[in-house]
Write a protein that binds this ligand. Structure first.
Ligand SMILES: [Zn+2]
Ligand SMILES: [Zn+2]
Length: 451
């Protein structure tokens, strides 16, 4: 077998552009598929390390870690991530479009995880400051930060102002709303095409859609929170799942219009890997608190009833920013892990997280599918190629990657926004003799953006 393998490897010449530095890659691979959860208390995993000095796709082949160029392919390989090495910097990027197989940064809790790895101390970031749109994962549960507002009691007066009526203009009578049959459209209440329906049911008013979705939500109110439970929000005709937000020309249109609490609050969209579970909009009132506990036990401020969530899983800390004053409260929302069994993960959407740091700077531990991954830039001591394929892996040179059976794309109910094209939206013309009316939605959003 050994001889056979080596002849196959020698059959082609590998073309790699080598860099004057190398990237040390460590992968922790675990065998069992428990909803793609890594049990941080478990010791049944294997650690693989390679050093790579060229841009490559990292993959596992039967528990081996390999680095493949674009012209190589290995049987039974499972792709992990791409690393790009150029003269200035090295980056890591996810390959898969599936949420679980994207790169998630693992937040390291205060105490040492991986006690079973003898000498090695696995490092990662200790906390993350959340921005609107960030997604964190606790066990199987994903929390997507939709909105937050910090306010003093005097802000209350402005909170419940009714939306101003804007100028309504009648445009062509061809397009009309599938619910109210009106063809009037305006900038704050445009006719949009939110699904795949065509013809007379193509368009719906934003406000008519908001009302329809409002009726579908089940409301559960607690002392300091409101939960809006929703089954998948699908179009009744074409079954297409509505997005949370639609955007057109840098303006976003939210289909969820929920009453705002009177005091400071944070709103998350909570979804579960277990597709049978309902999605939930979780509005938590902050009150005077500066710390919010997330977990499964009743005294948590954000209670997540899923067995994969630890009793006390993670913590949100409100850190006053430099702009913070008593009259104008302003905080950074910082998330950190509380020694949870399955870890607290942050979806690596931020480019800063994806730069591979130089040796000595704190590296980030990523989870992607069933692999934990850590990359660090290192100096080369000599000019020899840093990487050689493991002997037991058979590689094939290819012109184009063989077309594998396309896995049926699971409909991702977690898509957060969708760009509308000009044909998907009807708004009034901007030649308006009157001054534009203030738009409450935009004003409220700007509370968050002024930071
Ligand atoms: Zn309508
Ligand atoms: Zn439809």
């Amino acid at each position: 077998m050994g001889a056979c393998t080596s002849t196959k490897q020698k059959r082609y010449e590998i073309v790699r552009t080598l860099m004057p530095y190398k990237v040390h890659v460590m992968a922790i691979i675990w065998p069992k598929n428990q909803h793609n959860l890594f049990d941080f208390e478990s010791s049944s995993y294997c650690v693989k390390e390679i050093e790579v000095d060229f841009s490559a796709q990292l993959a596992t082949v039967d528990k081996e870690l390999v680095a493949l160029t674009k012209s190589e392919w290995a049987r039974n390989s499972i792709e992990i991530a791409n690393i790009t090495l150029n003269e200035q910097q090295a980056f890591i990027n996810s390959i898969s479009q599936q949420q679980d197989h994207k790169l998630w940064a693992v937040l390291k809790s205060e105490t040492n995880q991986f006690q079973s790895i003898d000498v090695r101390v696995v490092l990662s970031i200790k906390h993350w400051d959340l921005k609107i749109g960030d997604i964190i994962k606790l066990g199987r549960v994903r929390m997507h930060l939709l909105e937050y507002a910090f306010m003093t009691p005097c802000d209350e007066a402005t909170q419940y102002q009714d939306d101003q009526e804007d100028d309504i203009q009648t445009i062509s009578d061809v397009a009309s709303c599938r619910i109210c049959f009106s063809s009037k459209a305006s900038e704050i209440n445009p006719l949009i095409s939110p699904c795949k329906c065509e013809g007379s049911v193509k368009y719906i008013h934003l406000e008519c859609l908001q009302k329809w979705i409002g009726i579908q939500l089940k409301i559960k109110q607690g002392d300091h929170f409101i939960q809006y439970l929703c089954k998948r929000l699908d179009c009744e005709i074409c079954k297409f799942t509505f997005r949370n937000t639609y955007t057109f020309q840098d303006k976003s249109y939210s289909v969820l219009k929920l009453p705002k609490p009177k005091s400071s609050y944070i709103t998350f969209k909570v979804t579960n890997d277990d597709k049978s579970k309902e999605a939930m909009i979780y509005v938590v009132e902050i009150g005077e608190k500066t710390e919010l506990k997330i977990g499964r036990i009743p005294d948590c401020d954000i209670k997540l009833r899923d067995i994969s969530v630890s009793r006390s899983h993670a913590m949100l800390k409100l850190i006053p920013t430099s702009k913070h004053t008593t009259d104008n409260p302003d905080y950074t929302i910082r998330v950190q892990d509380c020694k949870s069994k399955f870890g607290t993960l942050v979806l690596a959407q931020d480019q800063d997280l994806l730069i591979i740091p130089e040796d000595g700077k704190s590296p980030i531990l990523f989870q992607t599918g069933r692999v934990l991954l850590q990359c660090v830039q290192k100096k080369k001591v000599n000019q020899k190629p840093a990487y050689k394929h493991p002997d037991n892996v058979v590689l094939i040179q290819i012109e184009t990657k063989p077309q594998l059976d396309q896995q049926e794309q699971m409909q991702d109910s977690f898509v957060t926004h969708d760009e509308l094209t000009a044909g998907d939206i009807i708004i009034s013309n901007s030649q308006n003799p009157h001054k534009p009316q203030p738009n409450m939605d935009v004003k409220e959003d700007s509370i968050c953006d002024e930071r």
